[in-house]
Design a protein around this ligand. Structure first.
Ligand code: HEC
Length: 240
């Protein structure tokens, strides 16, 4: 073919493998005789392009609606259509009300959902999540004396009172999920499984702290643990 060698040498020029002044280059940019065929080809191809552009324009400019645009076509005036009623996002089928809402038969669950196994790893996970998401208000041991409270936030009740020892697991799950009074809902930050892990850890804390000791002994224990604590921590932990 006639063009092939010229193309090859042009790319060699581009890659710096042929000196820029090599004669091959002049076929494109040189004066007089060599340039005629190129001009003709350019003219033809630009005409072709114009013709093609003419065709595609119609398709490009068909009437269409953008995301969030208004539309008179639908009654609600929106271009975007809501999903059909009953549509479930992938992975969003939350049929297990016990697991996802902490309820059984419309009542706060007193049992654990079938889907979770309470073992050491699960409670450890709960403790890690508790420390990250709850301890700043409720305190590391759950006495309602976290660092935020020390700075003036209203104190939550201690977990170690009879009423909270007796509430169903589902109540604690529900408080984490939906908040309560001045406590914010945390469902957007903590997955359902992790919420159950926290409930399990909270139960472990309650059991761990519910030891009948006389006040003198308790005071001694508290003094002893206070010495070991790192400065600023302020609280001991029930299970260390
Ligand atoms: C920003 C501070 C804050 C955080 C964070 C927080 N809480 Fe609370 N929590 C409170 C306050 C304040 C109350 C008391 C709410 C009221 O009765 O108005 C409370 C109440 C509770 C109660 C008692 C509900 C009752 O029936 O009295 C439980 C249980 C509880 N929180 C668990 C948790 C758990 C578990 C977490 C972490 C996942 C958590 N909270 C995170 C501030 C907080």
């Amino acid at each position: 073919m006639h063009h092939a060698p010229a193309k090859t040498s042009a790319s060699l020029v581009a890659r710096g493998q042929v000196p820029r002044e090599a004669p091959a280059r002049r076929w494109y940019y040189g004066a007089a005789p060599g340039q005629q065929p190129l001009h003709a080809a350019l003219l033809v191809s630009s005409l072709l392009l114009l013709a093609l552009a003419g065709c595609s324009q119609e398709m490009d400019e068909q009437p269409r609606l953008e995301v969030y645009e208004t539309s008179e076509f639908f009654e609600d005036g929106l271009a975007m259509r809501p999903p059909v009623e009953g549509t479930v996002p992938r992975g969003g089928l939350r049929l297990d009300v016990h697991f996802f809402e902490g309820k059984v038969g419309g009542q706060l669950a007193t049992s654990w959902p079938d889907d979770i196994t309470i073992d050491r790893a699960f409670v450890e996970r709960g403790r890690e999540r508790y420390d990250a998401f709850c301890s700043m208000c409720h305190g590391l041991a759950g006495y309602g004396d976290g660092t935020v409270v020390a700075r003036g936030f209203p104190a939550p009740p201690s977990y170690h009172i009879d009423r909270l020892r007796e509430v169903p697991h589902g109540h604690i799950y529900d408080v984490i999920t939906n908040g309560l009074g001045r406590m914010p809902r945390l469902s957007d930050r903590i997955t359902p499984r992790d919420r159950w892990a926290i409930v399990a850890y909270l139960r472990a804390m309650q059991i761990g702290q519910h030891v009948e000791v006389d006040d003198r002994l308790r005071a001694e224990v508290e003094r002893a643990t206070a010495v070991e604590k790192s400065p600023g921590d302020g609280k001991g932990r029930p299970h260390e």
